[in-house]
Write a protein that binds this ligand. Structure first.
Ligand code: SAM
Length: 477
C-alpha cells in the first residue's frame, strides 16, 4: 500500500514517485523519478529543461522545496544525427555546459498538477476550482459527482477535498462505519477516460476516484450495474463541466421524472421560456418503466450543484432546467480573479531627474492638475507683463524688463538642483537602493473564465419522516 503523494507527500521524492520541477511560477514539469535511463544517458534518467539538465539521481531523496542545480550531462548518447543512441564506450563523449540553471523540487498538489498536467481538454484552474468546492460545501467523507472529467484537473482538487483516510487501510471496526470520500467521475470520450484512469492509478488515488466511461446525457450517473447496493453514488455534491449541463440534469433527480418533463428539460436550450420556466402541477410520472427508481443523489442531505459554462445562453438553459426540476437558491457567479504583482522597482537617478514637474505625481489626475497649475502661472505672468507694458506706455515710460526671479519657471527646481535633492534623499532613505514599491495587475492569468451556476436541491421530506419526527419530539405540526 502506497499513499498518494497528492495527499501525503512524505519528506521528498523517491524513485517511482511523482515530483514537480518548478522552473518559474507558471512553468512546472511533472516528473516520475526513474533509477535507470530509457534514453541512453550515462547518468541514468535525466530531465532536460530550458534551465539545464537534471539527472534523477540528483533529485531523489532530496527534501521537498530544495533548490537543485543543473548538472553537466553527457550527451554522447544523443549522437550527431539527432537520434537517441545508446552509449558506446568507444565513441568520444562531449559534455554540454549545463549553465547555472536550477529548479525547485516540489511535491505534487492539485494546484501544481493543474498547471503542469498533460492537457487533453480545457481545464478548470485553481481560482475557479477552489471557489466551486467551497460553494459546494464539499467536506472530507463526502461523495462528489463530476462530469466530464476531461483532463482531470478538477478531479484532483475534489479528491483532496473529500479525502477522509483510505478505506483499504481500515481494519479497525471503528473505522468501518466511517464515510470515506469518493469522487465519481464520468467522461464519454474513451481515450480521455482511459488516460484519467491511468493517472488516477499512478497517483495512488484509485481508492478515492472512480472513473466511468459514460455519456451522462443518455445514461446518467449510476455506478455498478451488477450490484444494486452499489448502484447509486449517493452524491452530496455535483460538478458539471459539460457543453449542455441541462441535458444531464434530468438524470440528477430524487424521483423518476415524468417523460414529458424529462423531454422539456433536455430541450431547455430550444424550448420557449414559457414552457420551460414553470413546472406543471399536473405532471405525474408515467408508469411505463416498472423497475424501481434509483436516484444518484444522497437522500439524506440537500445536494449542492455547480455547472461551468462559457456562454450566457448555456446559463439560461441550465437555469430554466433547474427551476423546472425544483432546484432552489439558483445563482450565477463569474470568478474574475486578478493577481496583483507587488514589487520594488529601481528608477535610475537620471530618469528620475528628467521627469520634471510630474516626477512625483502619483496619479494621472494629479499630473493633469499640476500641469494646469503651471499653465495658469505662465498665463498670469504674461498678463502681468502685458499690463505693466500698457501702464508704462500710458505714462510715457519705457516698458519695464520683467525680472527673472518673477518668471514662473523660477518656481521649479533646476535640473541640477533636482538631481542633487534626489541623490540626497536617496542617501537618506535606503529606499533608493531597494527600489520603489510599485504594483501592477498582471495582464494575463491562467483561468478559463466561465459562468458558474450554483443551486441546491432540498432533501426529500415525506409524511413518514414527518410522523417519525413528531413522535420523537412529541409535538404536533
Ligand atoms: N473539468 C475538466 C478538467 O478540469 O480537466 C475539463 C472538462 S472538459 C472542458 C469537458 C469534458 O466533458 C470533455 O472531456 C468531454 O469529452 C466531456 N463530455 C462532453 N459531453 C459529455 C457527456 N455527455 N458525458 C460525459 N462527458 C462528456
Amino acid at each position: 500500500f502506497k499513499p498518494s503523494p497528492f495527499l501525503e507527500a512524505g519528506a521528498g521524492a523517491s524513485i517511482g514517485s511523482l515530483a514537480i520541477l518548478h522552473l518559474k511560477r507558471d512553468q512546472l514539469i511533472p516528473v516520475v523519478l526513474k533509477s535507470t535511463a530509457d534514453d541512453g544517458y550515462a547518468e541514468g534518467a535525466v530531465t532536460n529543461t530550458r534551465f539545464g539538465s537534471f539527472p534523477h539521481s540528483t533529485l531523489k531523496d532530496v527534501p521537498w522545496g530544495t533548490q537543485v542545480r543543473a548538472s553537466k550531462v553527457d550527451t554522447g548518447s544523443r549522437g550527431r544525427g539527432g537520434a537517441k543512441r545508446k552509449i558506446d564506450d568507444t565513441e568520444p563523449k562531449e559534455a554540454i555546459q549545463a549553465g547555472t540553471g536550477f529548479v525547485h523540487l516540489l511535491p505534487p498538489t492539485p494546484e501544481s498538477w493543474t498547471i503542469s498536467l498533460p492537457h487533453r481538454t480545457q481545464v478548470v484552474y485553481t481560482p475557479d476550482a477552489s471557489y466551486i468546492l467551497q460553494r459546494l460545501q464539499v467536506r472530507p467523507g463526502q461523495t462528489i459527482i463530476e462530469a466530464g472529467a476531461g483532463s482531470g484537473s478538477f478531479t484532483h482538487a475534489s479528491a483532496r477535498a473529500v479525502f477522509n483516510g483510505y478505506p483499504s487501510q481500515s481494519s479497525e471496526p471503528s473505522l468501518k462505519k466511517r464515510r470515506y470520500g469518493r469522487v465519481c467521475s464520468f467522461e464519454y470520450h474513451e481515450p480521455r477516460a482511459i488516460g484519467l484512469q491511468e493517472e488516477v492509478r499512478a497517483h495512488g488515488l484509485n481508492d478515492l476516484v472512480r472513473v466511468t466511461h459514460r455519456d451522462v446525457y443518455t445514461d446518467g450517473f449510476l455506478l455498478d450495474e451488477q450490484d444494486p447496493k452499489n448502484k447509486s453514488p449517493k452524491a452530496d455534491a455535483i460538478f458539471l463541466d459539460l457543453p449542455a449541463p441541462w441535458m444531464a440534469l434530468k438524470n440528477l433527480t430524487r424521483q423518476r421524472l415524468p417523460a414529458r418533463t424529462a423531454k422539456i428539460v433536455a430541450n431547455s436550450a430550444s424550448s420557449d421560456s414559457a414552457d420551460i420556466s414553470a413546472p406543471s402541477e399536473t405532471e405525474t410520472p408515467t408508469e411505463e418503466n416498472t423497475e424501481p427508481f434509483i436516484s444518484p443523489l444522497n437522500p439524506d442531505v440537500p445536494v449542492h450543484l455547480c455547472t461551468f459554462s462559457p456562454c450566457i445562453e448555456q446559463v439560461t438553459a441550465t437555469v430554466a432546467a433547474l427551476r423546472r426540476l425544483g432546484w432552489t437558491e439558483i445563482q450565477m457567479v463569474e470568478v474574475m480573479q486578478k493577481r496583483i504583482d507587488v514589487r520594488r522597482e529601481r528608477v535610475g537617478l537620471h530618469e528620475e531627474g528628467l521627469r520634471g514637474v510630474n516626477a512625483s505625481a502619483a496619479t494621472v489626475d494629479e499630473a493633469v492638475n499640476r500641469l494646469r497649475e503651471v499653465e495658469g502661472r505662465f498665463k498670469e505672468w504674461h498678463e502681468a507683463v502685458k499690463e505693466a507694458d500698457v501702464v508704462a506706455e500710458a505714462n510715457g515710460q519705457p516698458k519695464p524688463r520683467p525680472s527673472n526671479k518673477d518668471h514662473p519657471a523660477s518656481h521649479f527646481e533646476s535640473k541640477q538642483a533636482r538631481l542633487e535633492r534626489i541623490k540626497k534623499e536617496a542617501e537618506e532613505r535606503k529606499t533608493y537602493k531597494e527600489g520603489r514599491l510599485v504594483h501592477r495587475t498582471e495582464p494575463e492569468i491562467k483561468t478559463h473564465t466561465s459562468y458558474l451556476v450554483f443551486a441546491v436541491l432540498p432533501r426529500e421530506w415525506n409524511e413518514e419522516q414527518e410522523e417519525r419526527l413528531r413522535k420523537k419530539w412529541g409535538t404536533e405540526g
